[in-house]
Design a protein around this ligand. Structure first.
Ligand code: ATP
Length: 578
């Protein structure tokens, strides 16, 4: 609720207009039966001038009601859309600041639902609240008072109708309530399934898994449909029950009036407004039902959004952070001291007590068998995860202390699985350096051995990259993500198996560029092939999350059996670089 108030506050003027308009509409609705009564009396008394006069007032009231209604809806819709857009933007910005751990703990599909479906629920809640917030109490209380004022002897009919409607709707809403939370959960699952299936469409097709995928999706959709249908049934049940109660009330009113009509003939004119008031009470209760439905769904969604907004991001957790300009970043050394790490929700640590020092400007090679923790070390160095124990420091400062914006200015990582975004080659490269000139981009493309295919496109750097970079080969994607890191001219460059798809000649050229043009850059190169790191100043050998060898290539050959074994197994494949 607090969240909603914060985001609605800037629109208080429009909110006031919307509420005033809706109030006016409710007052017009309440006044209408009064003129109806006068008109009925005029008809009974056969006074045509009075019929005309009251008919005119009735028309005028209807007009006021329409204008007020349109104005109210217009402003309510403007406010609800603006509030929803503001919350969506703020939520998106917050998610952007999330750590990898936070994103993974929610799952990306869940975050998408929180940004789309949940925001829509909140928008509906704002819209409906503005339309009904004063209208419902005014109509409800006003119609009760006026109905009893019109025919005081029938007060018990009014009361009985209200009690019966409230009791039956309470029962129905209690049954509905438990389904609303379930709906959000099922939508999350639905999104996860669709996202996974579509992003892995090639695998699904090649393994002929469409049937299996369809079955899982169908099961989830079926559950979602069942829950929605149950809510629908309950809703559909509500209206006939309400109508039944109100018709019973009208019938009872008619019956009692008919017995006293001879003694009090003026009651004939009053029965029509009385019935209209009963209908208005029913309308108010129906609206109350609707708003509570939107409220139940809207508040579930608001709570989920508030959960995101309340997450502490790294920047907030650390308080004042150390500013470190790019030119002063990593001028001495990068040290890793007794670092251990366990993935969130995992049982066993994947890195154990790692320690090494890398002087600025040098190259560290990291080798090890599959699953030995090489990528995990890269993620810790890139500050995408935080070590559970031990410390990583840059020039003596713990990396978490350094302002994250400064950090990201100075560090670049090329992941094992390259990720590019839909847009152009240039727009992807500019993620590395926002204001990169065409020359700088061309230089980076050249350094990453991507010039051949980029220059072959008639539109060069402006060539479009499709969604999930489906129009690029694996090697092209890898080269472009390398170019994106190089254009940044980072102080710390982390390459996680980033040249695996390059032929030996291209890889050697990349190594030459790194050695000659990136001398001030400290490099961490993770590689499957020893040939990729053979010239590194220092190589560490990882095995089951532990360092089992440190030294240069020649030192390791003589003193690390694990390294020697890897080298022997690759001999003949990667010797070109030897
Ligand atoms: N997000 C994660 N959650 C839980 N465990 C993970 C996660 N990512 C990796 N692991 C586990 O951590 C261990 C180390 O994985 P890592 O990716 O660092 O290995 P690697 O040496 O880079 O392997 P490869 O050479 O195959 O890329 C593996 O046992 C893996 O199963």
């Amino acid at each position: 609720m607090e969240l909603l108030i914060t985001y609605a506050r800037p629109y208080w003027k429009k909110i006031t207009v919307a509420i005033l308009a809706v109030t006016m509409m409710a007052l017009a609705t309440l006044t209408q039966p009064q003129f109806l009564e006068k008109m009925m009396a005029a008809i009974i008394a056969d006074k045509s001038d009075l019929i005309l006069k009251n008919g005119f007032y009735l028309l005028l009231l209807a007009l006021v009601g329409i204008v007020a209604g349109v104005t109210g809806t217009y402003f309510a819709s403007q406010v609800s859309q603006s509030v929803a857009a503001d919350i969506r933007q703020a939520e998106y910005e917050k998610i952007q600041q999330f750590s990898l751990e936070q994103v993974q703990s929610y799952s990306s599909a869940n975050l998408v639902v929180r940004l789309t479906n949940d925001i829509n629920q909140v928008q509906q809640l704002v819209m409906q609240s503005l339309q009904m917030v004063l209208r419902v109490p005014i109509l409800f209380v006003g119609a009760i008072i006026l109905s009893i004022w019109t025919l005081p002897s029938l007060w018990w009919v009014v009361l009985l109708m209200i009690v019966l409607i409230v009791l039956s709707s309470k029962r129905i809403f209690a049954m509905m309530g438990r389904y609303f939370g379930k709906i959000q959960q099922l939508i999350d699952q639905n999104n996860t399934l669709a996202q996974e299936n579509l992003s892995g469409v090639r695998v699904v097709k090649s393994f002929n898994q469409q049937g299996q995928e369809e079955a899982s999706f169908a099961q989830n959709t079926q559950e979602l449909t069942d829950v929605n249908r149950r809510i629908g049934y309950l809703f559909n049940l509500m209206f006939p029950i309400f109508m039944l109660i109100s018709y019973a009330a009208i019938a009872a009113a008619m019956l009692f009036i008919s017995t006293s009509i001879k003694e009090a003939p003026d009651q004939l004119a009053k029965i029509t407004p009385f019935i209209t008031y009963l209908n208005q009470i029913l309308m108010a209760l129906l609206m109350l039902g609707m708003i509570s439905t939107f409220a139940s769904r809207g508040f579930v969604s608001l709570k989920r959004i508030a959960g995101i907004m309340a997450e502490k991001t790294e920047h907030q957790k650390k308080g004042n952070q150390l500013a470190m300009a790019k030119e002063h970043f990593l001028t001495k050394e990068l040290t890793v001291r007794d670092v251990s790490f366990t993935y969130p929700k995992a049982e066993n640590a994947v890195l154990h007590d790692l320690s090494f020092t890398l002087p600025a400007g040098q190259t560290l090679g990291v080798v090890g068998s599959t699953g030995s923790g090489k990528s995990t070390l890269a993620l810790l160095l890139a500050r995408l995860y935080q070590a559970d124990a031990g410390q990583i420091t840059v020039d003596g400062h713990a990396i978490e202390e350094i302002a994250s914006s400064d950090w990201h200015q100075s560090v670049a990582i090329v992941m094992q699985k390259p990720v590019l975004f839909s847009g152009t080659i240039a727009s992807n490269l500019k993620m590395g350096k926002e204001d990169a000139s065409p020359e700088e981009m061309a230089e980076a493309v050249d350094a990453a051995q991507a010039a051949d295919f980029v220059d072959a496109y008639p539109d060069g750097l402006e060539h479009e990259i499709a969604e999930r970079s489906a129009n690029l080969s694996g090697g092209q994607k890898q080269r472009l993500s390398l170019a994106r890191a190089l254009v940044k001219k980072p102080r710390l460059l982390i390459l996680d198996d980033a040249t695996s798809a390059l032929d030996a000649r291209s890889e050697r050229r990349v190594q030459d560029v790194l050695a000659n043009d990136f001398q001030k850059t400290t490099k961490v190169i993770i590689a499957e092939k020893i040939a990729s790191i053979i010239h590194a100043d220092q190589i560490i050998v990882l095995d089951a999350g532990q360092i089992v060898g440190v030294g240069s290539h020649n030192e390791l050959l003589s003193n690390s059996p694990v390294y020697r074994e890897i080298y022997q197994s690759q001999k003949g494949k990667g010797q070109e670089n030897d």
